[in-house]
Design a protein around this ligand. Structure first.
Ligand SMILES: [Fe+2]
Ligand SMILES: [Fe+2]
Length: 323
């Protein structure tokens, strides 16, 4: 392979510390993170059990709403958030929702599963004290991409039940890396922080697939997460990876990309994006339409987030601090 075909070529950087010691390059840093994720001892972030149980229930036919309510009651904070969302104007235009049972019926199982994923990942996985700012960028990007992936998928003939989940989780490897670094207390020491963005760019796609595998998510979801930037698997463009790549690009165009330490660490090449658009049959006019729809959808989400933030200020202090 020529150097010019190597996506990592030119991205490396060696740094000499003040005492003249050569510290690692971004490529070495990324390789160290990669080795950590693929080691037998690696434990991924704890996946909220209730989200998994709700997801499993929604895959069954003839699920009783009472059974779903019973599962959700195991996680009162999650149940409370889901109830709040169900009570929002988007889901409750036909009258008040006063119970979890009402919420489950009104949302429907598929919506409920997506909301449970989004809420529980926001509460339990996209969290880092040491890298709070970077993690918030990843969380915001991932949430936006989930909603856009569902929208992009609806513009194709292959509308996928996993579009939202893949959009939400596609950069989970980046979140997992920030958690690992935070746990190791690798903040301003141990590596050059300026290399963090480059290292995350180089290792996060693979890390996302590793985490999805350890969480035992469906094989197709693992594949898509592991190819969300290159989109080609065994010589063929994976349609759902293409959906995520297009949604990811729309997210960036709307100013919600992932810039960490001044580095855009979530980049898909023009070639891969071209493959994705061609596979999905998206011409210029369709992309323009998607761009307009994406803008409307994101502004709705942002308004919803602002309402949720205002609502959280109304909660008792003890409850807020337990988050
Ligand atoms: Fe992304
Ligand atoms: Fe990514």
């Amino acid at each position: 392979m020529s150097y010019t075909n190597n996506p990592g070529y030119g991205q490396g950087r060696h740094v000499i510390s003040s005492d003249g010691i050569l510290v690692e390059s971004a490529a070495e840093f990324a390789a160290r993170l990669r080795a950590h994720f693929t080691s037998p001892g690696y434990t991924p972030p704890l996946l909220p059990a209730v989200a998994l149980e709700v997801h499993a229930l929604t895959r069954q036919s003839d699920v009783d709403a009472a059974k779903v309510v019973e599962v959700m009651r195991k996680d009162p904070m999650l149940a409370g958030r889901v109830l709040k969302i169900a009570q929002s104007a988007a889901f409750a235009p036909m009258g008040a929702i006063t119970s979890l049972q009402d919420a489950v019926v009104r949302l429907g199982l598929h919506n409920l599963s997506e909301i449970a994923w989004e809420v529980s990942l926001n509460m339990r996985v996209f969290r880092s004290q040491a890298y709070a700012e970077s993690m918030e960028i990843v969380r915001r990007h991932s949430t936006a991409c989930a909603h856009l992936a569902r929208m992009v998928s609806s513009f194709t003939s292959l509308a996928s039940e996993y579009a939202f989940l893949c959009g939400l989780l596609h950069d989970i490897g980046m979140a997992a890396a920030l958690i690992v670094l935070g746990e190791r207390k690798e903040t301003a020491t141990g590596f050059d922080p300026a290399l963090l963005g480059t290292a995350l760019q180089q290792c996060h796609q693979e890390a996302s697939a590793v985490v999805a595998g350890l969480w035992k998510l469906p094989a197709d979801v693992q594949l898509v997460l592991g190819h969300h930037h290159d989109v080609v698997i065994d010589g063929f463009v994976h349609p759902l990876a293409a959906v995520v790549a297009v949604a990811d690009e729309l997210t960036r165009e709307l100013g919600m990309g992932i810039m960490i330490c001044g580095h855009n660490c979530d980049v898909t090449s023009d070639t891969a994006l071209g493959h994705a658009r061609n596979t999905l049959g998206f011409d210029r006019a369709r992309m323009d339409k998607l761009g307009r729809e994406a803008k409307k959808l994101i502004s709705t989400l942002e308004r919803g987030a602002a309402t949720a933030a205002a609502t959280s200020e109304d909660r008792p202090k003890a409850q807020r601090s337990a988050r």
